[in-house]
Design a binder for this molecule. Structure first.
Ligand SMILES: Nc1ncnc2c1ncn2[C@@H]1O[C@H](COP(=O)(O)OP(=O)(O)O)[C@@H](O)[C@H]1O
Ligand SMILES: [Mg+2]
Length: 196
């Protein structure tokens, strides 16, 4: 196998119902992501599942491209916010390019936030990860939960309404945090209070 890869793994012991749910979630992430080819979206390679009858252990694996740098949340904690506006513009342009590519393919990421953005080892490139709650619009039923992370969600997503614009709102939140080092609603820890 060329390149270096990481294995996103979930293991479920002795709970067939939960294993079925997790398998559905992980396979849904993989099937949305597997055909995407873009410099600012992590490359998804393989999905594998394994079941050991003796230990009743279910294992699910998504194998994807390794990003050597940290995620943006860790990066901001370790290195602090950037002081050059060119740096902000460059990273913002890469993120928008990845988001535009998803939207052209009718995919809403739905969970854009610093921990779902990874840096390359030289910190020059960012890539989007974690299409775990993403929706492909042609498959999205009106009843589908507009899941995500409340701190980065616009009011309509909190109300369970999904449009491509939810990613643009979240992109704004990410850029705010990248520029200032502060999360949206900094100071409020309880996600439920943010929803109200
Ligand atoms: N391809 C990758 N290369 C390096 N680190 C990764 C990669 N994918 C995920 N990670 C790390 O693992 C964390 C969790 O991965 P993610 O796909 O966001 O799973 P979850 O659904 O649990 O949020 C990320 O925030 C990041 O720090
Ligand atoms: Mg994540």
């Amino acid at each position: 196998m060329k390149g270096r890869y990481v294995d996103k793994t979930r293991r479920i012991y002795n709970n067939a119902e939960l294993a079925k749910k997790v398998m559905k979630e992980m396979y849904s992430e993989f099937s949305i992501a597997k055909d995407l080819v873009h410099p600012n979206i992590v490359e998804y390679k393989y999905f594998m599942k394994n079941y050991d009858e003796i230990s009743q252990n279910h294992e699910f694996h998504i194998i994807m491209e390794l990003m050597d740098g940290e995620d943006m949340e860790v990066y901001l904690k370790d290195q602090g916010r950037p002081y050059m506006i060119d740096r902000v513009a460059e990273i913002g342009a890469q993120l928008i390019s990845g988001i535009r590519y998803l939207h052209q393919r009718k995919i809403i990421h739905q969970d854009l936030k610093p921990s779902n953005i990874l840096f390359s080892g030289d910190y020059e490139t960012v890539k989007l990860i974690d299409l775990g709650v993403s929706s492909k619009l042609d498959k999205t039923k009106a009843t589908k939960q507009a899941g995500g992370t409340p701190r980065y969600m616009p009011p309509e997503q909190l109300d369970n309404k999904l449009t491509f614009k939810v990613d643009i709102w979240a992109f704004g939140c990410v850029m705010l945090q990248f520029c200032s080092g502060l999360r949206p609603f900094e100071g409020i820890e309880n996600d439920l209070s943010i929803c109200m």
